[in-house]
Ligand binder design. Structure first.
Ligand code: FAD
Ligand code: MLT
Ligand code: ZN
Length: 486
């Protein structure tokens, strides 16, 4: 399968030579790069879903910001295209080369730079793994303000480059709020030191915001300053079974009233998602019966008795009002982890299917599941779903209800152009018609860039292209991605 169908290499980019590699050796040393070794290069050329594959011959692993700067300065002068790479867990094909771009891996930049124990501000290299940071902070009574299923591999720099949302955005907000400062190397090698540790600073344009969610297209994030919350003493996780998405919404509305300040996550999935998980893994039996919908609620607070009482009252009300059919509360840390690993396991389960069309959209909460049902019908009407030999085998939904974010996954026995032609642009039109976004949290990469017009106006796209050209006039940073080609 052609991993990048229809793409044509931009011949204004130089092809890598042995002299270039020799020069890079003077910057990172012989051990700071992988060159021309297909086995070692494979993981850097292939994305997490094994959907996109590039042909880079060189991976550079700088250890300092100055090395990143020296590398980019040379690449810019020589017109060598570059792909910044963090943990390579991105889901839109943004972290791997399309052709022979040089991979600039941040995995060698993984030092914690400092921590202010009073204000909870952490400064770290961009290549620190999210879970490593979270564990380190845990020992000091703090935690990272974001959490996601890929935490064991993804880097904080990659999280910021994609503006990752995750499981607790509802409580701690987006990285646009928690990131206080960044150190970024611009495409010409200039080091932009904006490592502010201030919560308040109204002095000029807030330049760091431009890099949050820029997916490696205008610079390499090398350092991060981020506000971290206190780790809650009391954490509860409950799982509820419900009969309809109407009930999911009622439960969400009521959770804001009754759990208000202690609510830290509100996630949902449908019966198809649970089936998909069961197909590839064995969940602990948490409920006797099966339901069309499930919600996972997490509370985090400082007073266990107070939180327990609130959660118990809420759960009782949900049952008495007939909103929830069944509910369980995790009794210890192990059960909390089991419930979370069920929620976090859908991505991996779907990854084991022969093919998946993956969508990450946001829209007003009342419309979320209408979108899923509409898609199922649309695929049936199109003759690709619902029959024993149909290419589409399942339509699976889960997501972050609290953020109006739906993960719509269409599993198939094979990738087929008639299936993708039925889904796209139909789904994007649907989303645009309901004032939604075609990418809520995963970003654009190569999977969504050509559809940006469904979420942003021509004037906005033109301004984005202008900004890209100012910062990266040679277009060397993560080419062929993010912005539409026309
Ligand atoms: P990569 O995949 O390496 O890179 C992603 C993009 O950022 C690429 O365009 C790359 O060029 C760029 N980039 C990476 N590092 C830098 C840097 N230092 N400077 C400049 N550009 C850089 N996303 C969510 O939002 N919410 C979720 O809940 C969520 N859950 C996930 C669960 C699983 C199991 C998986 C596999 C992915 C999930 N994701 C989720 C996708 C998410 O985008 C990534 O997991 C994560 O944010 C990417 O970090 P990374 O270090 O792996 O970046
Ligand atoms: C999630 O919420 O599980 C992630 O965004 C990954 C996915 O969409 O599969
Ligand atoms: Zn998500």
């Amino acid at each position: 399968v052609d991993k990048f169908p229809g793409y044509i290499r931009n011949e204004s980019f130089k092809k890598l030579t042995d002299q270039d590699v020799d020069y890079f050796k003077t910057i990172v040393g012989d051990n700071g790069l992988i060159y021309d070794n297909q086995d070692d290069l494979f993981a850097f050329n292939t994305d997490w879903m094994h959907k996109f594959r590039g042909k880079s011959q060189l991976v550079l692993k700088p250890k300092t910001t100055q090395q990143v700067s020296d590398i980019l300065k040379y690449c810019n002068q020589q017109k060598l295209a570059v792909v910044p790479q963090g943990g390579n867990t991105g889901l839109v094909g943004g972290s791997v080369p399309v052709f022979d771009e040089v991979v600039l891996s941040l995995q060698g930049m993984n030092k914690i730079r400092g921590f202010d124990n009073v204000s909870g501000i952490l400064t770290a290299d961009a290549g620190c793994v999210l879970e490593v940071l979270d564990n380190w902070l845990g020992e000091k009574g703090y935690m990272m303000p974001l959490d996601l299923g890929a935490k064991g591999s993804c880097h904080i720099g990659g999280n910021i480059a994609t503006n990752a949302g995750g499981l607790r955005l509802l409580r701690y907000g987006s990285l646009h709020g928690t990131v206080l400062g960044l150190e970024v190397v611009l495409p010409d090698g200039t080091i932009l030191d904006n490592m502010s540790t201030l919560r308040k600073d109204n002095t000029g344009y807030d330049l760091k915001q431009l890099f949050i969610g820029s997916e490696g297209t205008i610079g390499v994030i090398t350092g991060v300053s981020i506000l971290t919350p206190h780790r809650s003493k009391a954490v509860n996780v409950a799982l509820l079974g419900l009969n309809s998405f109407e009930d999911v919404q009622k439960a969400f509305k009521q959770s804001r009233v009754e759990l208000s300040e202690i609510l830290s996550a509100f996630e949902f999935w449908d019966a198809n998602a649970l089936e998909m998980f069961k197909k590839h893994a064995t969940p602990k039996d948490v409920m006797e019966k099966e339901y069309p919908f499930y919600i996972l609620i997490e509370t985090s607070g400082s007073n266990k008795d107070h939180d327990d009482e609130k959660l118990t009252n809420y759960l009782e009300n949900m049952m008495v009002d007939g909103v929830a059919e069944d509910g369980v509360v995790a009794q210890d840390e192990t059960q909390i982890r089991e419930l979370w690993s069920l929620r976090e396991g859908f991505t991996e389960a779907l990854g084991k299917e022969p093919a998946v069309y993956k969508y990450d959209i946001s829209m007003p909460v009342p419309k979320l599941y209408e979108c899923v049902e509409d898609m199922r019908q649309h695929l049936r009407d199109g003759g690709v779903f619902g029959q024993p030999d149909s290419p589409v085998t399942d339509v699976v939904a889960y997501g972050h209800v609290g953020d109006g974010n739906l993960h719509l996954n269409i599993a198939a026995s094979r990738l087929e152009s008639r299936v993708s032609a039925l889904i796209e642009p139909y789904l994007f039109e649907w989303v645009a018609n309901h004032q939604g976004s075609i990418s809520a949290e995963h970003g654009l990469g190569v999977a969504k860039n050509e559809f940006l017009g469904y979420s942003k106006s021509p004037v906005m796209i033109k301004m984005m292209k202008t900004m890209k050209n100012i910062l990266d006039p040679n277009g060397i940073m993560n080419p062929y991605k993010y912005l539409p080609s026309h």
